[in-house]
Design a protein around this ligand. Structure first.
Ligand SMILES: [Zn+2]
Length: 197
């Protein structure tokens, strides 16, 4: 009996030891990851970041101040053409921004005045019961999908990422790119926020 207990606990240790290392990799406060693809006239940006890189909490908002912080963040993210700057000659136009977080009900991330935003109830959370994380160690990401249409995609040769000014908690962005010129990767910081290809 004693022997099998010991074996069981060792096994658990091995399994859990692997998980945090991976989770750390994918969810590191202060960082974000961007996948950029340029195909024809379309530029698509997939952004994944811990909520803590953008705002001060990672759970459903509990106070009016937290709701405001969240809405302000969503408002900034929706103006994605001020966060991701392409050469003027490429004539890029922001086409779509969609924001999603497993910790936040959709209404709070939607633009004000849309049916989703209007549907939020008077008090309490509007999310499903599964949204609640009460383990004290809850972490949550924000996922954004952003697309631009560029009239002169042949002029696309760089992107300037201005998220650092808007979100001071954010210190580093790992960007991976697929463009007509091939694949590339770079690390962006507040001091080096432009990638060329
Ligand atoms: Zn976190």
């Amino acid at each position: 009996m004693k022997k099998s207990m010991l074996f069981a606990s060792v096994t658990v240790c091995l399994i859990t030891a692997g998980v945090p290392a991976f989770a750390h990799e994918a969810h590191e406060h202060g960082t974000a990851r961007i996948n950029l693809s340029v195909e024809g006239q379309k530029v698509e940006i997939g952004l994944e970041t811990p909520l803590a890189s953008l705002i001060s909490f990672e759970h459903a908002p509990e106070t009016d101040a937290q709701k405001k912080e969240l809405r302000d963040m969503a408002t900034i993210m929706r103006k994605a053409d001020t966060l991701f700057i392409f050469p003027t000659e490429a004539r890029c136009r922001l086409e779509k921004v969609s924001l999603e977080s497993e910790a936040i009900s959709d209404g709070l991330l939607s633009p004000a005045g849309t049916p989703a935003a209007g549907a939020k109830g008077g008090k309490g959370e509007t999310g499903s019961p599964g949204d609640k994380r009460e383990d004290g160690e809850g972490h949550a990401d924000l996922d954004a999908e952003i697309s631009f249409i560029c009239r002169h995609p042949e002029k696309l040769n760089r992107i300037e990422v201005d998220m650092f000014k808007a979100f001071p908690n954010l210190k580093e962005i790992e960007i991976q790119m697929v463009t007509p010129k091939g694949q590339g990767a770079a690390e962006l910081t507040p001091q080096a926020n432009v990638v060329k290809w």
